[in-house]
Design a protein around this ligand. Structure first.
Ligand SMILES: Nc1ncnc2c1ncn2[C@@H]1O[C@H](COP(=O)(O)OP(=O)(O)OP(=O)(O)O)[C@@H](O)[C@H]1O
Length: 280
């Protein structure tokens, strides 16, 4: 099996009385495309939010490229609840901010498109690239030297060509058809030069043709950019076509993992999700 680029160890995320993610253990190998599927409210986006530093988990650790990057040692009542085999290993909380995690080489897109709608396609990508290169908005805005600015503009042009958006480079983001807006979101994530790309429902709202194009596109960028992809998706055609492996989440708990063929034939998954999705 390939080297693990991402590993979740005993991740629990609790909001008041709701346990959104319940003791999740999973691994994503270098170069894989892995999907996380499950019914609405199963905890998929919450898991992404923990991985990318939006939420500090109630318990557990996230490892990235062999390094522990997120960890929590439960306090107070929680400490009692989670004092398990690994509790002694959690000596302090590690909680990097999302931008720090981006700079480690992890990029993400969101369920709802989050583009700078009035900016051009080019400027959307350039801004994302600035953030990675300088980590400081003031520096990004005012102090880039000319040589660096020219290098970045060149890189944006190359990136837009690689994702087939060169022809709309000067258009405003909100004037693009929906499928291209999604593609632009992914281009923005790629501008931060990630090794691991997390896609949260990239095909949401797409018609079948757009979904097919996106499926091919994700495969292409994996190869072109040497990426590992971890994605959440409800479009089962896309998931089954593209995934090396699939994890299934239900009410915060992983109930299965395996290849697409194994998952499609898993009775527990059919009962909890696939059967329902097909009937819907
Ligand atoms: N910030 C929050 N505060 C309180 N509860 C939350 C918060 N974020 C998520 N939840 C709850 O956690 C549970 C899991 O939500 P989550 O959005 O992770 O599910 P999901 O699997 O991504 O669903 P969907 O497929 O609909 O996007 C839900 O019950 C949700 O209401």
């Amino acid at each position: 099996m390939s080297e693990k680029i991402l590993r979740l160890e005993n991740i629990t995320m609790q909001f008041g009385g709701v346990i959104a993610v319940n003791n999740m253990n999973l691994e994503v190998g270098e170069g894989e495309i892995v999907s996380l599927i499950g019914p609405n409210g199963a905890g998929k986006t919450t898991a992404f939010n923990v991985i990318t530093g939006v939420y500090q988990p109630t318990n557990g650790a996230v490892w990235y490229r062999g390094e522990k990057i997120v960890e929590n040692y439960p306090q107070g009542k929680m400490r009692k609840l989670y004092k398990g085999e690994h509790a002694g290993e959690y000596t302090h909380a590690l909680a990097p901010t999302p931008d720090k995690i981006t700079r480690m080489g992890m990029a993400r897109t969101f369920q709802n498109i989050r583009l700078w709608k009035d900016q051009t396609v080019f400027d959307n990508v350039l801004t994302a690239m600035h953030c990675r290169a300088t980590c400081n908005l003031l520096t990004a805005t005012f102090h880039l030297n000319r040589q660096e600015e020219a290098r970045q503009r060149q890189r944006v042009e190359e990136l837009l060509a690689e994702v087939n958006l060169s022809d709309v480079s000067g258009e405003k983001a909100n004037s693009l058809p929906y499928g291209k807006q999604r593609r632009l979101e992914i281009a923005r994530a790629l501008a931060t030069d990630p090794q691991l790309l997390l896609l949260d429902e990239p095909a949401a709202g797409m018609n079948p043709q757009e979904t097919d194009e996106l499926t091919a596109f994700i495969g292409e960028i994996r190869t072109k950019f040497g990426l590992t992809v971890f994605l959440i998706e409800h479009h089962m055609d896309l998931v089954m076509d593209i995934s090396d492996r699939i994890y299934v989440l239900d009410f915060g708990k992983l109930i299965a993992d395996g290849t697409p063929a194994e998952i499609q034939n898993n009775q527990r998954v059919i009962d909890a999700y696939l059967g329902v999705a097909e009937d819907a």
